[in-house]
Write a protein of this length. Structure first.
Length: 133
């Protein structure tokens, strides 16, 4: 069960995604963080990994591609989805919540930033509002 710091991380994750939507930032759920000819492109977790508030909380990045061009989340000695589960305070039995938000395979097609924000609200708002699902 997430405690207060985890709930604040959920609030801040929603802030980051709302900024991505409002500012129409380059968004692509097929990779965590990558650089291309247009600059940096990231998914929901990627934008959190670059956000100063989340970085101060210990959410980091780890290279996962041989050439160093891709970065996945790291937290508490874990990487990828396990890192995100720990960061938000979800146990193994609740991994579907993190996967449902952050895994592109959990959507019918590659989602937009708006769709990911809506899914994040669905799973995080009950905690933020004090009524966990």
């Amino acid at each position: 069960m997430p405690d207060e710091i985890h709930i604040e991380r959920m609030r801040q994750a929603l802030r980051v995604m709302r900024e991505v939507v409002a500012q129409n930032k380059p968004f692509d759920m097929s990779d965590w963080i990558c650089r291309n000819e247009c600059g940096t492109v990231a998914c929901a977790s990627g934008y959190m990994q670059m956000d100063p508030w989340h970085r101060a909380q210990g959410l980091g990045t780890k290279s996962y591609k041989f050439d160093g061009s891709g970065r996945c989340p790291s937290y508490g000695g874990k990487e990828s989805y396990p890192a995100l589960r720990e960061y938000f305070g979800f146990g193994p039995q609740e991994r579907y919540k993190i996967n449902s938000i952050f895994s592109p395979d959990e959507y019918m097609s590659l989602p937009s930033a708006t769709q990911v924000t809506e899914r994040m609200e669905k799973y995080f708002n009950p905690y933020i509002e004090g009524v966990p699902a």
